[in-house]
Design a protein around this ligand. Structure first.
Ligand code: AMP
Length: 249
């Protein structure tokens, strides 16, 4: 069974992003970019399934600018077998990515698509769900445990009240949550090996997909600055201020 693993190039989680002075978006020029952390977990899970003999080939996919190749090379160094870059300079929204992935699913016929639960730049948490709708495949989101057996996958999901275990038929869409696994470190020999693995470069038009944005960002602004706090003399004054100034009790 082939596994398709979409990996997004995002601003590194350690970077403190700033809003552009004209309010049109975030200033991401010259900041460190990395693989979306949940996608690293998804790649790791696919690699573990390959090590168990469940998956035979892992195909990493990234949609975006030419530099997404670096993200794909990281996926290859983590253990993916080959990579596909769907190159475009358009800003991609989840529906466009889901349509590109659907076209690749039709072409590659994987048994499993393993995404991250959410991209840490747009926080959309939509692509996996939209892909499941477009493919009409079962989906298990927020996975913290994945067990594949005889054409089915048992997925433990992190839900508000605790853990939910669902069983779905393959082919399926799964999205990875934080506690699914701890991704391995990329080693130098594997980085070298990854350079020789195949990386195909295609365009959205090759897949017959129109990626034009459907949403327009009107304005991006910084959250309001927090004012300085004050010291209160005693509990009675604290309660008085919470009641009459902050009006929260
Ligand atoms: P989102 O719906 O934007 O929060 O993204 C959820 C997941 O979809 C990510 O963790 C990735 O696995 C996948 N994804 C989103 N955008 C892209 C992209 N441009 N290229 C590859 N995968 C993506």
């Amino acid at each position: 069974m082939k596994a398709l693993v979409p990996v997004k190039r995002v601003v590194d989680y350690n970077v403190k992003v700033r809003v552009k002075s004209d309010g049109t978006g975030m200033d991401i020029a010259n900041v460190k970019m990395s693989m979306n952390p949940f996608d690293e977990i998804a790649v790791e899970e696919a690699v573990r399934l390959k090590e168990k003999g469940v998956v035979t080939e892992i195909i990493a996919v990234s949609c975006g600018v030419a530099q997404c190749q670096e993200t794909l090379r990281t996926a290859l160094a983590l253990g993916a077998d080959r990579a596909i870059l769907v190159e475009t300079s358009e800003e991609l929204q989840p529906l466009a990515v889901a349509k590109l992935l659907k076209a690749l699913v039709d072409k590659e016929q994987p048994g499993l698509v393993m995404l991250g639960k959410q991209a840490i730049d747009d926080d959309c948490n939509q692509t996996g769900q939209m892909l499941a709708a477009l493919t009409d495949w079962p989906q298990a989101t927020f996975a913290s445990k994945v067990e594949v057996a005889e054409g089915q996958v048992k997925v433990t999901r992190e839900v508000d009240g605790g853990l939910e275990t669902v069983s779905i038929n393959l082919p399926a869409v799964i999205t990875a949550d934080l506690r699914l696994n701890e991704p391995r470190y990329v080693t130098l020999p594997n980085i070298m090996k990854a350079k020789k693995k195949p990386l195909e470069n295609i365009k959205p038009a090759d897949l017959g997909v129109d990626v034009t944005s459907r949403l327009k960002t009107l304005k991006v602004s910084e959250p309001p600055k927090r004012g300085a706090g004050i010291k209160v003399a005693d509990v009675a004054m604290l309660v008085e201020k919470l009641k009459n100034e902050a009006k929260v009790i």
